[in-house]
Write a protein that binds this ligand. Sequence first.
Ligand SMILES: Cc1ncc(COP(=O)(O)O)c(C=O)c1O
Length: 451
Amino acid sequence: MKTDNATYVERDLAHVWHPCTQMKDHEHVPLIPVRRGEGAWLEDFEGKRYLDAISSWWVNLFGHANPRINAAVREQLERLEQVILAGFTHEPVIRLSEALTAVAPAGLTRCFYADNGSSAVEVAVKMSFHYWRNVGRGAKRRFITLANSYHGETLGALAVGNVELYKEIYQPLLMDVITVPSPDCYEREPGESWAEHSRRKFAHMEATLARHAHETAAVILEPLVQCAGGMRMYDPVYLQLLREACDRHQVHLIADEVAVGFGRTGTMFACEQAGIRPDLMCLSKGLTAGYLPLSAVLATEPIYAAFYDEYVKLNAFLHSHSFTGNPLACSAALACLDIFRTDRVLERNRALSAHLGERARTLADHPHVAEVRQHGMIVAAELVQDKAARRPYPWQQRRGLTIYRHALSRGVLLRPVGSAVYFMPPYVVTPEEIDLMVEVAREGIELATCA
Ligand SMILES: Cc1ncc(COP(=O)(O)O)c(C=O)c1O
């Protein structure tokens, strides 16, 4: 059987329906069959290599085929691949729960597992709603979310998200949520600091909480970076104000750290930069260093206690997924946390993110780049048609796709989201590789905006 790229593409397109894809695009957009990965690089079946500048949808932390994580998963595989987590337990899930509660903001003492980010959001939303019911405040059943937020694709997660492209069609199927303006600092006034803008925007949240707290279970948000909403960023002060207001109004704060957790914004969790502890925290993606599907919702002791009762009261959280807390995924997560600890990853990332920011900021000189923004290891350049008016290109022109295709031709995986050309590389990336990804982005931006 032939093993060239074209053969795999043909076989794939005969049966595979790809995620988040208009399949007809593949009549002209190349599909890349990947044979292997190593470090920050992916390799196709003809030996062409691609620098993974987006960590394969923001999941990979320590490179593909990382020897330490491979060894941990292999070792676990010889002992136990999967076991039901209701009524049974296993060492990796126990150790992981101990490790997660040790690194998470103090007070998050309980871990509930699922197997992807959307499911973690479903769990957090159900848990918050159910908590209020269990404590006799069943009227608190609504959720407050930020404009332009993203929390996943399952119906509950889609409902509490706000990216129109993914949500609009399914609106008739979704629960009604309360949406407040985002603190997105791209929209700040000239001369206004991130903190001033974020603080000013908080007035909308405060007014909404004052009006709806009696019927609201929780506020859910992505701390510091709205990733799928175009890498829009805001200041930690917003989280401080929100924590204080949620306490005052007796509303839960759900931090969706699925994308920003595990060092992406410079700290282990983005919430740390505001010095706050959410009531529920959703983790996935980097949880296993991008190795295997796993997610966790960390909860406080009072939330856990509200479900702890005689069975016949039917107060228990009867939510489950078949692969909840899978041992192989937990072993990858343990190896990931071990690397964080032993290799002083957050410290080393400071130099990497400084280099990334410095290089990427040169893109701001381009006549079609409105700004370059950064939170730690996430850096984004905002593409615009008119720099002075900050007018975006019509989305139908798909200029990001031109950048994507150009980058592939140069051996770099860049995948602009909305108008943002961004970098979110694995932490094993080198300064030279950072230079390459920024240079290729510059060429792509030039090509995409020259006509
Ligand atoms: C903030 C956030 N929450 C939830 C999700 C959903 O995670 P998953 O794709 O694993 O369902 C994503 C995915 O990108 C995300 O960025």
